[in-house]
Design a protein around this ligand. Structure first.
Ligand SMILES: O=C(O)[C@H](O)[C@@H](O)[C@H](O)[C@H](O)COP(=O)(O)O
Ligand code: SF4
Length: 608
């Protein structure tokens, strides 16, 4: 085992000892109740299966066969989730084939961050993760189920489902992915047209045409953003079937994988042969495995919050020092947009998850001794699914990458360390994704341009105010202020300035998209402006240093001057109402800091 991976794992185990023990004790108590629907009254049970067929009613009341809850995030808004429309019936039929039953326990909301990017709706995005967690619990709290199938892929949906599921950690659960859409125009071409539009060199028709050729059908968008980072994390954590993440929705393999997932979760119940509660699959080692795989591929910065929040839901305490220390030890093995030109289909074709996991296991960077939904040990995830004579089988994945420009071996990494870096300084703590930032742009020391609304940057850009070295400071974007929206809309402007040769960086207590890339962005700054963060005192012209090499984010202004300044008030009048934001006031004001996962849910013991 790599010494850093082992030492960080040991540190997390030690830090989590009390909370993890409480979580597992609660899980054991829940397990002790036996078949959960047997604790329901006849009235409860009758309501629970009133709409079932007579055969299903008999199965459900027999208590000796599994009843599986399906939690689905289907809607037509997310191209990634649209394939889920008919999944429930297919999963129910597959459970019937093994003498069990499945019922849809809940539909959970799912926001497409691509639709809300740069819009007021984005201010509900992070908050929706908590709503999804609570909605998952609403469904499973019927206590009718022996296991669950979780249908979700995108940004806040996977972490929300996982947080909700871990409140029922005594049940086995599998995630059921639907896969990426086929490749459209290259993501780099899409980004190029956006920068030309930002400069007024192409019109909206040209822009919409390029966008529509990039996002063109059902399936997950093909950049390596938060959705595909979620898939990679789930697979490496052993929460979905080996090799299931990146099979396209219309591939015959996809339906075979879905059916197998349904039958497998029945096997993992207490009535089955391999009882595997999700609260035991998610442990310190599998969480570290998820972080390592994220770092080895330059995954989404959003997971520096989502993994922390989900781990805490299982009593496991992770912080950004853990991410940063692991990142220094984990080599970068993938170049997928925004960290390169390839997309996720290309990554899959080059050897994908099987090759990545093999490389990381062989280098001692992943824990092998973990429990997964496919059985004990992570080594089985170096295999990939095949349909041979219409039978789903797993075969050993490639021993060599099939495209070394996209996916490389540990022996020849694209970068000696991983994709993420912790930044510290008098401004607080922030994270930065370095995998997509060229070496020449990793240190920026320049005067601040301060705004409190991302939409103001476009005006400054068009007036030529930004044609110089600068650190764009967008303050008042934190969780408690306006729900920590992604500021990805700024990327074409900042990218244009960088291409002009200026040294530019972004500093914010908000977030960026997992698809954001080449411009250095110090994000998730904690403490946020509304919480008394020094960012509230930054003024136009102040010198700021963002140094991804040394891990520093500092305001280079004399202490006495700063002490004499009054923090500018965060004006929330225009963002507290409208587009439903008023409904989230209580949730927003209770969000914890980004480094503790920006959660509103209390976990086993908040006194840690
Ligand atoms: O974190 C993420 O991966 C993003 O939120 C992503 O889900 C979102 O859809 C982006 O907005 C996509 O990028 P474009 O906006 O560039 O299409
Ligand atoms: S990846 Fe982003 S843009 Fe694509 S469907 Fe998911 S949330 Fe929407």
């Amino acid at each position: 085992m790599h010494s850093v991976v082992q030492s960080v794992t040991d540190r997390i185990i030690a830090r989590s000892q009390a909370t993890r023990a409480k979580y597992l004790a609660a899980l054991d108590e829940a397990k002790a109740n036996g078949v959960h629907r047997s604790s329901l009254s006849c009235g409860n049970l009758a309501h629970g299966f009133a709409a079932c067929s007579p055969a299903d009613k008999n199965t459900i009341k027999a208590f000796n066969k599994a009843n599986i809850g399906i939690v689905t995030a289907f809607n037509d808004m997310l191209s990634a989730h649209q394939p889920y429309e008919h999944y429930p019936q297919l999963l129910k039929d597959a459970c019937h084939e093994v003498g069990s039953v499945a019922q849809v326990a809940a539909g959970v909301p799912a926001m497409c961050d691509g639709v809300t990017q740069g819009q007021p709706g984005m201010e509900l995005s992070l908050l929706s993760r908590e709503v999804i967690a609570m909605s998952t619990a609403v469904g499973l709290s019927h206590n009718m189920f022996d296991g669950a199938l979780l249908l979700g892929i995108c940004d806040k949906i996977v972490p929300g489902l996982l947080i909700g599921a871990l409140s029922f950690g005594h049940l086995p659960m599998l995630f059921v992915p639907a896969g990426p859409m086929k490749s459209g125009i290259p993501n780099k071409e899409k980004a190029r047209v956006r920068q030309k539009f930002a400069q007024g060199q192409v019109d909206r028709n040209a822009l919409l045409e390029a966008e529509s050729k990039s996002y063109h059908s059902a399936g997950t968008c093909t950049f390596y953003g938060t959705a595909n980072s979620n898939q990679l994390m789930l697979e490496v954590m052993g929460l979905q079937l080996p090799g299931s993440s990146f099979v396209n929705p219309d591939d015959p393999l996809r339906e075979a994988l879905n059916k197998t997932a349904a039958k497998q979760v029945c096997r993992l119940t207490e009535m089955g042969t391999q009882f595997t509660p999700i609260g035991e699959v998610v442990n310190e080692k599998s969480v570290v495995n998820g972080i390592v795989a994220l770092l080895a591929t330059g995954g989404s910065t959003n997971l520096t919050m989502h993994i922390v929040a989900a781990a805490r839901a299982a009593g496991i305490i992770v912080n950004w020092d853990d991410f940063s220390e692991l990142s220094d030890a984990v080599p970068l093995l993938a170049r997928v947009y925004p960290n390169g030109h390839a997309d996720i289909n290309h990554f899959h074709a080059a050897g994908g998850m099987a090759f990545l996991i093999k490389e990381l296991l062989d280098a001692g960077l992943l824990h092998e001794d973990v429990m997964t939904v496919a059985g004990p040990g992570l080594r089985r995830y170096t295999q990939e699914p095949r349909l041979i004579d219409n039978e789903l089988v797993w075969v050993e994945g490639p021993s060599e990458s099939l495209d070394k420009e996209v996916l490389t071996a540990v022996a020849s990494p694209f970068q000696a360390n991983g994709g993420l870096k912790l930044l510290k300084g008098n401004l607080g703590r922030a994270v930065i994704k370095v995998s997509a930032v060229a070496e020449a742009h990793r240190l920026v020391e320049a005067p601040a341009v301060v705004i409190d609304d991302q939409n103001k940057l476009e005006g400054l850009f068009k007036e030529g105010e930004l044609d110089r070295d600068c650190v764009v400071v967008v303050k008042g974007q934190g969780p408690k202020a306006i729900g920590m929206p992604e500021l990805h809309k700024l990327t074409p402007i900042l990218g244009t300035l960088q291409d002009k040769g200026f040294k530019v960086a972004l500093l914010t207590d908000g977030r960026m998209s997992g698809a954001s890339g080449k411009v250095p962005a110090a994000i998730h700054l904690t403490p946020e402006a509304l919480d008394g963060g020094l960012i509230a005192k930054v003024e136009d012209g102040d010198l700021i240093r963002v140094d991804a090499n040394s891990g520093e984010v500092s305001l280079l202004v004399d202490e006495a001057v700063l002490a004499s300044r009054v923090a500018q008030k965060v004006d929330l009048r225009s963002t507290s109402f409208g587009m439903g934001r008023e409904l989230f006031a209580a949730l927003r004001s209770n969000l914890s800091s980004p480094e503790t996962g920006a959660r509103c849910t209390t976990t086993i013991d908040e006194n840690y």
